[in-house]
Design a protein around this ligand. Structure first.
Ligand SMILES: *[C@@H]1O[C@H](CO)[C@@H](O)[C@H](O)[C@H]1NC(C)=O
Ligand SMILES: *[C@@H]1O[C@H](CO)[C@@H](O)[C@H](O)[C@H]1NC(C)=O
Ligand SMILES: *[C@@H]1O[C@H](CO)[C@@H](O)[C@H](O)[C@H]1NC(C)=O
Ligand SMILES: *[C@@H]1O[C@H](CO)[C@@H](O)[C@H](O)[C@H]1NC(C)=O
Ligand SMILES: *[C@@H]1O[C@H](CO)[C@@H](O)[C@H](O)[C@H]1NC(C)=O
Ligand SMILES: *[C@@H]1O[C@H](CO)[C@@H](O)[C@H](O)[C@H]1NC(C)=O
Ligand SMILES: *[C@@H]1O[C@H](CO)[C@@H](O)[C@H](O)[C@H]1NC(C)=O
Ligand SMILES: *[C@@H]1O[C@H](CO)[C@@H](O)[C@H](O)[C@H]1NC(C)=O
Ligand SMILES: *[C@@H]1O[C@H](CO)[C@@H](O)[C@H](O)[C@H]1NC(C)=O
Length: 535
């Protein structure tokens, strides 16, 4: 792609196909924000709380307590688990290990028959504190042996790593595993393999699976899992493409990053089993899917034949904290966010280098103005472009409605990305190191969302972050309703009426007309940040 192809001197009034509307539509995004937004009640007392959120808040408070009170002790986890989840939560504890010589009881799996418990009353097991221990192997050599839990619950996800004789029956959404060491307790675990646990709207769109543990293969036979019709020689990963898939923000934060964290270690030798079939998602991210797995995806839901594996992971890993989007906790993963960004650069053939001295000197730095054509659109993108050009930028205006690969190229060719709060900003993952992200906040109380969804993540990506909050006059709402209307004068009072109001007024009806004089210093600052980089 030549540089010229990427440049648009004027805003093109782009036609927006139905299909693209669907892909980029903020509908799903909005739905997801419902949950997060209502959490703003914590920080913004003027917002009225919604019932679902109050539940979440108490759970979250519980999680924090868990982390503080329960540093490294599995025993403590056990008591906290029955304390928080009631009697129905049973534990599965290995009682002796056939091939592992420790006789200490180690909690290996906490099982719940009640999926509501796992969705709403989760307890968190920070991975680095669970069940790793030193063991003495029988021949006398001292060896480090890691006892990994079979199923792990984190704040936003749960996943099971099953090894042994594992059989999967798609039609009944059942995974049966004969595991190799003894355990006692409840052996059934229900879960939804999508990494946004706690978000009811998302999780309702994810199929529930049952993981059943058996002590030996005979038990599998008795449960009608006798015949392995399809034997596979590589491990499998089972995950959902339901939830909020096809919203760019959620595609990355709920699926792509967790998938990378969980699958990369297999070096392609892993079979993906997809529940909630979604071929267009697989096509949208074909570069990523084909790098992570050397095999055609299997849509498992309709499979009536039993598929057999010697190793299966159900569900995806994710950052252990609740409000961490678009990021990886290195203590919870073999990989870091910079590994992930490097992986993206490989998968999409992007430039590797950080924003570099010579590049800047050789040509003017490029700024990408992310346009949106339905809501939260720039009314005066032309003026912004003009101001940016005067400061010394080359200007690219584009809307994130092309394929991922081609848009990744556009983003990656720029040093600055500027956009109004929205899923398009997720494309920051493709920016080169040290690039600058400028997020524009409309009126209506976007601060908390802006920070959680993009500001914090940008820092984890080694990007610089600038923010510009518009004044009432810069919102199209002022033109529409008049400066003195409550919507413009007192957004907190309006937002208080609830999510639907927030959505229909501030998310959907609002466009942004930036006051160039007020905004110019932000552009200058962005330019200076790049120059500073090049000294
Ligand atoms: C938790 O459950 C274990 C085993 O069922 C039991 O021994 C223990 O007393 C319980 N702890 C609490 C706090 O209920
Ligand atoms: C969550 O736990 C609390 C107390 O432990 C219980 O009262 C509540 O019913 C549980 N919620 C769900 C959805 O199970
Ligand atoms: C390990 O497990 C295998 C299969 O169950 C068994 O044949 C073997 O004897 C076990 N080894 C030890 C040391 O218990
Ligand atoms: C475990 O991880 C937490 C953060 O997730 C960290 O604060 C803590 O130091 C870690 N503990 C160990 C023993 O590594
Ligand atoms: C597992 O838990 C469910 C529901 O709590 C219960 O009905 C079932 O009997 C339990 N099974 C075992 C083996 O404890
Ligand atoms: C096994 O299959 C038979 C007939 O197909 C059915 O009657 C029986 O209930 C099944 N057993 C289990 C445990 O699913
Ligand atoms: C799959 O493997 C099992 C165990 O090795 C064997 O009994 C079965 O016949 C195999 N099934 C097929 C279809 O090859
Ligand atoms: C997948 O990505 C890795 C690391 O980014 C790279 O080394 C490898 O060559 C890629 N493999 C394929 C098949 O694209
Ligand atoms: C916002 O701008 C878009 C694109 O110019 C336009 O289609 C839409 O009607 C505008 N919305 C409002 C509420 O002004």
């Amino acid at each position: 792609m030549t540089e010229k192809d990427l440049l648009f001197d004027t805003i093109l009034a782009r036609s927006f196909s139905k299909n693209e509307q669907k892909r980029l539509g903020y509908g799903a995004f909005i739905a997801s924000l419902l949950f997060v937004f209502t959490l703003c009640t914590v920080f913004k007392p003027y917002l009225s709380p919604l019932p679902i959120v109050e539940l979440q808040l108490s759970v979250d408070a519980g999680l924090r307590m868990l982390r503080i009170t329960d540093q490294q002790k599995p025993e403590a986890l056990i008591s906290i688990n029955n304390a928080t989840s009631g009697d129905s939560e049973k534990l599965i504890v290995p009682t002796n290990q056939n091939n592992i010589t420790s006789n200490e009881n180690t909690q290996s799996l906490i099982s719940s028959e009640d999926h509501d418990l796992s969705v709403c009353n989760d307890t968190s097991l920070p991975k680095n504190t669970t069940f790793s221990k030193e063991q003495v192997i029988s021949d006398g050599d001292k060896m480090e042996e890691k006892m990994k839990p079979i199923c792990t619950k984190l704040a936003r996800t749960e996943f099971c790593e099953l090894n042994g004789d594992v059989r999967i029956h798609g039609k009944s959404a059942t995974v049966m595993a004969a595991i190799t060491f003894a355990f006692s307790g409840n052996s059934t675990w229900r879960m939804r393999p999508y990494a946004r646990k706690g978000d009811v709207a998302a999780m309702n769109r994810v199929r529930e699976w049952t993981v059943k543990l058996a002590q030996n293969a005979d038990q599998l036979e008795n449960a009608n899992f006798s015949r392995c019709v399809r034997n596979h020689s590589v491990p499998a990963m089972l995950f959902s493409l339901g939830g909020y898939s096809m919203n760019n923000f959620h595609d990355f934060t709920d699926i792509v990053i967790p998938l990378y964290m969980t699958a990369r270690r297999f070096n392609g030798e892993v079979q993906f089993l997809v529940t909630n079939k979604h071929p267009s998602w697989v096509n949208k991210f074909k570069e990523i899917v084909s790098n992570l797995s050397n095999y055609e995806v299997i849509y498992i839901d309709e499979e009536d034949e039993t598929h057999c594996f010697s190793s299966v992971t159900v569900g995806l890993n994710r950052h252990p904290e609740y409000f961490k989007e678009l990021t990886i906790d290195p203590s919870n993963s073999e990989y870091s966010m910079s590994d992930f960004r490097k992986f993206l650069r490989d998968a999409y053939s992007l430039r590797n280098a950080a924003v570099a001295t010579r590049q800047i000197r050789r040509r003017r730095p490029r700024i990408l103005i992310l346009s949106r054509s339905r809501s939260r659109a720039f009314v005066n993108a032309g003026e912004i472009a003009k101001a940016a050009r005067r400061i010394g930028f080359k200007v690219v205006v584009a809307e994130a409605n092309t394929g991922v690969a081609s848009f990744a190229q556009i983003v990656n060719s720029c040093e600055v990305m500027l956009g109004v709060h929205g899923a398009g900003l997720t494309n920051m993952v493709f920016l080169p190191e040290n690039a600058v992200v400028v997020q524009i906040l409309p009126i209506g109380g976007f601060e908390w969302l802006a920070k959680t969804d993009f500001e914090d993540p940008s820092k984890g990506m080694n990007l610089r972050y600038l923010e510009y909050k518009i004044e009432a006059e810069e919102s199209s709402l002022a033109k529409k309703y008049g400066r003195d209307h409550e919507i413009v004068r007192d957004p907190p009072a309006v937002v208080k009426r609830g999510w639907e109001t927030f959505k229909s007024v501030y998310l959907v009806q609002q466009n942004v007309s930036v006051d160039i004089n007020r905004f110019k210093p932000v552009l200058v600052k962005a330019f200076e940040l790049l120059e500073r980089q090049s000294v």
